[in-house]
Design a protein around this ligand. Structure first.
Ligand code: CP
Length: 330
């Protein structure tokens, strides 16, 4: 698969691209460990965020800066850009594409990044479009699994929480179709269960999908628990939100039953669905996951914008741990 021009949805990635991207992220980890690079010197990235963000925007901006490029940012684009005056995402994208070499867009409407990509001649990265997709989150999630567990195949993975509106869980579920022999468990309160349409699409793509209520009963046999926030901002009826929250909490009692070699992931931010007392447990990988996102996004930017070949560095020379086992079927 050639290097993609835009990053809009996870369906565009194939397995060989993913494994090359993860190796490249390892090179970026080494590069970042030795200071700032000049690989993207002279390139400019614009971040247009019409919804709040901490990790996605700042990690993209850190990634670009660490690669020697420049950044311009509309941090509260929904409130401070000319969108307030009624400008469309297409027109905003056209204008900013005249200033920058790549656009990173987060927007509350599904399909907004794709609409922008259709009218500009620079690459566009979807940093989350409403309840639809968050493709770079899914890439960093699978990279984290590869990095932490040493493989992406033969795993038992539970997606927990908001599987109806949660774009991170949706994108990860779709990306997992590129893995082999994966058992996927869907554990969600009744009001935020994954749609039957998506479940069927996952099963058709080869995942073994089981929907169930009992997370506790699975705990000892899971390799990955992917916890998510119940997203208050996506509910029109607060009673539905209240009914959904608090149903599945990762706490010390859960961890005492959880697989000793498993990992707990979360795209973050969390509210109360992972108790802070779990944070010191070595299996709590969510803060490492956010850090892995920096290297993954460096790899994406370097690949999309860079005209140089991959950097020649020893991926494991600067203290970065090698993946536990490597990919068994690369
Ligand atoms: N995971 C994630 O998208 O976090 P932010 O909303 O902080 O970017």
């Amino acid at each position: 698969m050639p290097v993609p021009r835009h990053i809009l949805e996870v369906r565009q990635f194939d397995r060989s691209f993913l494994l090359k991207l993860f190796e490249r992220a390892e090179l970026m980890r080494s590069l970042a460990g030795s200071g700032f690079s000049t690989r993207l010197q002279g390139k400019l990235m614009a971040t247009l965020f019409f919804e709040p963000s901490t990790r996605t925007r700042l990690s993209f901006e850190a990634a670009m800066t660490r690669l020697g490029g420049g950044v311009i940012s509309a941090e509260y684009a929904g409130a401070t850009s000319s969108a307030v005056k009624g400008e469309t995402i297409e027109d905003t994208a056209r204008i900013v594409a005249g200033y920058a070499d790549l656009l990173v867009i987060r927007h509350p409407e599904a399909g907004a990044a794709a609409r922008a990509a259709a009218v500009v001649d620079v690459p566009v990265i979807n940093a989350g479009d409403g309840p639809n997709e968050h493709p770079t989150q899914a890439l960093l999630d699978l990279y984290t699994i590869w990095k932490e567990l040493g493989r992406i195949d033969g795993l038992r993975i539970a997606l927990v929480g908001d599987l109806r509106y949660g774009r991170a869980a949706r994108s990860l579920a779709l990306l997992l179709t590129q893995t082999r022999d994966t058992e996927l468990f869907l554990v969600a309160p009744p009001t935020v269960r994954m749609s039957q349409e998506l479940q069927l699409a996952l099963a058709d793509a080869g995942l073994r999908v089981t929907e169930l209520d009992d997370l506790e009963g699975l705990a000892s046999s899971l390799d990955v628990v992917y916890q998510t926030r119940i997203q208050r901002e996506r509910f029109s009826d607060l009673a539905d939100y209240e009914a959904a929250r608090g149903r599945y909490i990762i706490d010390r009692a859960f961890m005492s039953r959880f697989n000793p070699r498993g990992i707990v992931l979360h795209p973050l931010p969390r509210v109360d669905e992972i108790h802070p007392s779990v944070d010191d447990d070595p299996r709590a990988a969510y803060f490492r996951q956010a850090r892995h996102g920096l290297y993954l996004r460096m790899a994406l930017l370097d690949w999309i914008l860079g005209e140089q070949p991959a950097p020649v560095v020893n991926a494991y020379s600067s203290g970065a741990a090698a993946p536990a086992g490597g990919d068994s079927a690369s």
